[in-house]
Design a protein around this ligand. Structure first.
Ligand code: AGP
Length: 621
């Protein structure tokens, strides 16, 4: 997620922007920049790749003078991290300067229209189209009417915003109006800080706190204009809005977590949004097509594969195990799943007809990197699913799909996991369409169901209190057993991993059908058993497993489909989930297990975001 800070007031804008951007660093970024306008209408821009220290050095070498400016930290979603892709971006004349957070879905069409009209682009970003769209309307208007001012510019901006599809939080500055900046939001947050003779807008609260605790939260489609005379909030239709000022009581650290106690809990709650962001711009609902902008594999190449091998570690490996079902069901492609550290030493038989799918949140996991290098040395093609644009695994792949989850700060992976499953749904639907495993009608059905994922997860998040209460009952347990079948067997593994890695309780995920082959000996009244028994093709089998566990004194916590009374008679506790298509159940069923692990770990006083012995990215073997 990018960070935006805009300022108009009595201080030197550069200092305010730099401090504000530092307070947004937790959002993750790979480049940064700022623009400052001096009273005589000169604008100065500084941009740098990497950490803010680079921007700070530039700023110290050549200080920016002016009390109006906009700053930006970029988390790349389109175009690699580089100086030319760093914000702010300008139009051809250099008079219009824009920063952006979000994804402009229709930028390809807008960009080709602008290029046809003679515009030249400097970057690969979707953002730059906004500067050129404003130029296309403002420059001729200004030439015709030298007196055109803030109101005329504002109406040009409103017209341009109406052309944008997708999500944006924007900061806009025009050289002709050096004492004014405009902020706008659609599906990407922007908050206004109201100070004494100074005002600031930002992507998130921490950036405004040094100036003020008086905040105005912009609503969807609203625009804010900051100038020396104060601020105005308008709707896209131009109507001026009277907005309540709210007093922010959070301290800066709490604000980084958006008021959540831990990043992990915040990221669990971010999952509906991160899934929407991962889906955004990749489904064509008119033609029921899937667009994967960086897969870069011709249909003939995709059709030529004889097998797929998914490789990953930890949670990402569990995502891969779900992916296997989708690959064989939809793509009709034999699919193996390997732990990366095992794959690279078993000397797998690979060649140009084999597709490797590497899954990695960080894109820097040493074993996964080594595995894809081995695979490429055998001539296999590599597709990766990563959350970090420009990461090593992404760069060394023939094609990639970026999950747009924003940085995942908690060591225990949550939103990245459901983002990976979302990317796997898209990839296997795309593969199924290309290789003929799916027809249009089936694709239409599945795509319309996938779009309901965020809603299902929002439903489950409402059960937080009930899950926290369950955690209170069992947080002193010494062992847990997680049971699942079919597509939810990987979710049993993932639920167990979540619990053990943050609460340090021993937990095992097991294929429920394997109970009789050993683990049933473990069962007694001291061991809670989490059974994933939402409606599925193996539901009856799961009911039998629950009965077997109960017969031996086990305590059963069942995940079940709402309305299922039968299970309530058998399990000790039931967490109900919405009725949903079976193929989506792994992505939804994992959420209560993430929450259960979180609340148990909190009750045990563990360091939830930074569990002992663990690193967010395992960059060594
Ligand atoms: C997940 O909760 C763990 N933090 C860990 O298993 C992680 O999934 C694994 O290290 C793989 O990381 P990657 O996705 O960045 O490659």
């Amino acid at each position: 997620m990018c960070g935006i800070v805009g300022y108009v007031g009595t201080r030197q804008a550069g200092n305010v922007l730099l401090d504000g951007l530092k307070r947004l660093e937790y959002r993750g970024y790979d480049s940064a920049g700022m623009v400052v306008a001096s009273p005589d209408g000169q604008i100065s821009i500084r941009r740098s790749v990497g950490k803010l220290a680079g921007l700070e050095t530039l700023f110290q070498q050549e200080p920016l003078v002016g009390q109006v400016g906009i700053g930006h930290t970029r988390w790349a979603t389109h175009g690699k991290p580089s100086e030319e892709n760093a914000h702010p971006h300008q139009d051809c004349t250099g008079r219009i300067v824009v920063v952006h957070n979000g994804i402009i879905e229709n930028y390809p069409a807008l960009k080709s229209h602008l290029i046809k009209n003679g515009h030249t682009f400097r970057s690969q970003t979707d953002t730059e189209v906004v500067a050129h769209l404003i130029e296309e309307k403002w420059v001729p208007l200004k030439e015709k009417n030298r007196a055109a001012g803030a109101d005329e510019f504002l109406s040009v901006v409103r017209e341009v915003l109406l052309q944008l599809e997708g999500s944006y939080a924007l900061g806009i500055l025009c050289m002709d109006l050096p004492d004014m900046i405009i902020g706008a939001r659609k599906n990407s947050p922007l908050v206004l800080g109201v100070g004494e003779n100074e005002n600031i807008f930002a992507s998130d609260i921490p950036a405004i706190l040094p100036l003020t605790r008086d905040a105005i939260f912009l609503d969807e489609g609203e625009i804010v204009v900051l100038s020396k005379s104060g601020y105005r909030v308008l709707r896209l239709d131009g109507q001026v809005m009277e907005k309540p000022i709210k007093r922010v009581t959070w301290d800066a650290v709490m604000a980084e977590k958006a008021g959540y106690r831990h990043f992990m809990l915040k990221e669990i709650h971010e999952q509906p949004q991160s899934i929407e962001d991962t889906l955004r711009g990749r489904l064509n609902l008119d033609e029921w097509q899937v667009y994967l902008e960086y897969v870069k594999m011709e249909p003939d190449v995709l059709k030529s594969f004889r097998k797929a091998v998914i490789i990953a570690c930890g949670t990402s490996y569990h995502a891969g195990k779900v992916g296997k079902f989708l690959a064989e069901k939809w793509v009709k492609l034999p699919c193996e799943v390997d732990i990366a550290s095992e794959f690279r030493y078993r000397e797998p038989l690979l060649g140009p007809k084999d597709l490797i799918v590497a899954i990695s949140q960080s894109g820097e996991t040493a074993d996964t990197i080594a595995a894809i290098r081995y695979a490429r040395s055998c001539g296999a093609k590599v597709l990766s699913i990563c959350n970090v644009v420009g990461s090593t695994i992404a760069r060394e792949s023939d094609g990639k799909i970026y999950t747009r989850c924003g940085p995942e700060i908690g060591v225990a992976s949550t939103k990245a996991f459901t983002g990976q499953l979302t990317a796997l749904y898209l990839l296997t639907l795309y593969g199924g369409l290309v290789r003929g495993g799916l027809d249009k009608q089936q694709t239409q059905t599945y795509l319309s169901q996938i779009l309901l994922l965020p809603r299902y997860i929002r439903e489950v998040l409402k059960r937080e209190e009930e899950i926290a209460a369950l955690a209170k009952k069992y947080f002193k347990s010494k062992n847990f057993l997680y049971l699942g079948r079919h597509m939810n067997y990987p979710i049993a593994l993932e639920g167990a991993l979540k619990l053990k890695e943050i609460s340090y309780i021993h937990a095992e995920g097991y294929a429920a059908g394997e109970m009789k082959h050993g683990p049933i000996a473990l069962i007694d009244e001291s061991m809670p058993i989490v059974a994933i028994a939402t409606k599925s093709c193996v539901y009856e089998k799961m009911i039998s497993n629950i009965e077997e566990a109960k017969a031996r004194g086990g305590i059963v916590i069942a995940l079940a489909t709402e309305g299922d009374q039968q299970i309530a008679e058998k399990a000790d506790h039931v967490i109900y989930l919405p009725a949903m298509p079976e193929f989506l159940s792994p992505c939804v069923n994992v959420v209560p297990l993430q929450m259960l692990a979180y609340y148990i770990a909190v009750l045990r006083g563990c360091d939830v975001d930074q569990p002992r012995n663990l690193a967010k990215s395992v960059t060594v073997e």
